[in-house]
Unconditional design. Structure first.
Ligand code: FDA
Length: 312
């Protein structure tokens, strides 16, 4: 019941300004976001890798309408990738990028438009990742960005075929998108979808999203690509394991992914059982939208968030 209002709030600049002076170190934020700086993020990655995990790092930020801010985000990724290489982590740690953080939402009137700016900025990050010896996955945002994001993915893959994509089972179109992307060399992260979407484009009931998730899993695991199974849902994890066996998938030809701080014991269990387990690790000061989406998935945590606010 709280999911919808929380997701609406996640887009509110006004509330964001009110609460985002809260430091990452405060209780609930820290449980989902380990730090603000490159150093904190790399140190947290080091700990995860030492515990047998793989990592994908997200420099927090989204929906920027400022060219300079988009460029600062690119610079942050370039610095991060240099540091991952320097500290010997690039084999096990890649980066996840939200195209709206690197300019996708900018209007057409600005320097060729948001799509073009985001493409060029993403290209710079892909180049830095290649130089560091790792990869980029493009996060997927709300449905209004899906076509642009997949078009940018196609462009990037001409030079950087290792670039990964995210597809959201909540959208009606996604099973078809999975078919289009289930080809050799294609890295696809399948998630349920974290955004508030209208019924014209998305399933509204959880059960329908889950059914779609399973159909998409079948397409990806039966295909030739590299599926990245991003879910904390015990049923989806079990079904993915059975489907992987059914389609003769060896371990290492697909991976599981979960968000930092969510079900860490299950992350550990999967890693210890020999699965590739990658943790999505967000860092930075722009945690507001990310945190609100996490609260929408788990409204039980709302009271902890309110307590953090009151005691700040
Ligand atoms: P579901 O929401 O049904 O949760 C299953 C169980 O997981 C819950 O019962 C609970 O135990 C636990 N859980 C889930 N969320 C929790 C939380 N916030 N706090 C504590 N426990 C929680 N989305 C998107 O739209 N675009 C993207 O690019 C990405 N990227 C992405 C990367 C990775 C690695 C992951 C794991 C997820 C994403 N997502 C995403 C988010 C995704 O779409 C989805 O919103 C969340 O993963 C929650 O869905 P589950 O599949 O976990 O199932």
């Amino acid at each position: 019941m709280l999911r919808q209002p929380l997701l609406m709030l996640s887009r509110s600049r006004h509330v964001q300004e009110l609460v985002s002076t809260m430091p990452v170190s405060s209780g609930i934020v820290h449980s989902y976001v380990p730090g603000e700086t490159t150093d904190a993020a790399v140190t947290a990655s080091e700990e995860l890798v030492a515990g047998g995990m793989w990592v994908t790092l997200d420099f927090l930020g989204e929906d920027t309408l400022d060219v300079e801010q988009a460029e600062a985000t690119v610079a942050a990724y370039v610095e991060l990738l240099g540091e991952l290489a320097h500290r010997g982590l690039a084999r096990r740690a890649e980066v996840s990028v939200k195209l709206s953080a690197v300019g996708q939402a900018l209007p057409d009137s600005v320097a060729g438009g948001g799509h073009k700016i985001a493409l060029e900025n993403a290209r710079t990050i892909c180049r830095a990742a290649r130089n560091a010896g790792t990869t980029v996955t493009l996060d997927m945002e709300d449905h209004t960005t899906t076509d642009s994001t997949l078009a940018i993915l196609r462009e990037l893959r001409k030079d950087f075929p290792e670039t990964g994509a995210v597809l959201q089972a909540a959208l009606h179109r996604t099973e078809a998108d999975c078919r289009a992307l289930a080809h050799e060399g294609s890295r696809v992260r399948l998630c349920k979808g974290a955004y508030l979407e209208p019924e014209e484009v998305a399933f509204q009931d959880r059960i329908d999203v889950d059914r779609s998730y399973v159909r998409c899993l079948k397409v990806l695991l039966a295909g030739q690509g590299y599926p990245m199974i991003a879910t904390h849902d015990p049923r989806m994890i079990e079904i993915a394991g059975s489907l992987a066996s059914r389609y003769g998938r060896e371990r290492g030809t697909y991976e599981f992914q979960m968000l930092y701080g969510i079900r860490p014991l299950e992350q550990q269990r999967l890693a210890e059982s020999g699965e590739t387990m990658r943790v999505y690790l967000p860092y930075g000061t722009e945690w507001y939208g990310y945190l609100m989406r996490r609260l929408a998935e788990r409204p039980a945590n709302l009271s902890f968030f309110v307590k953090s606010l009151v005691s700040k």
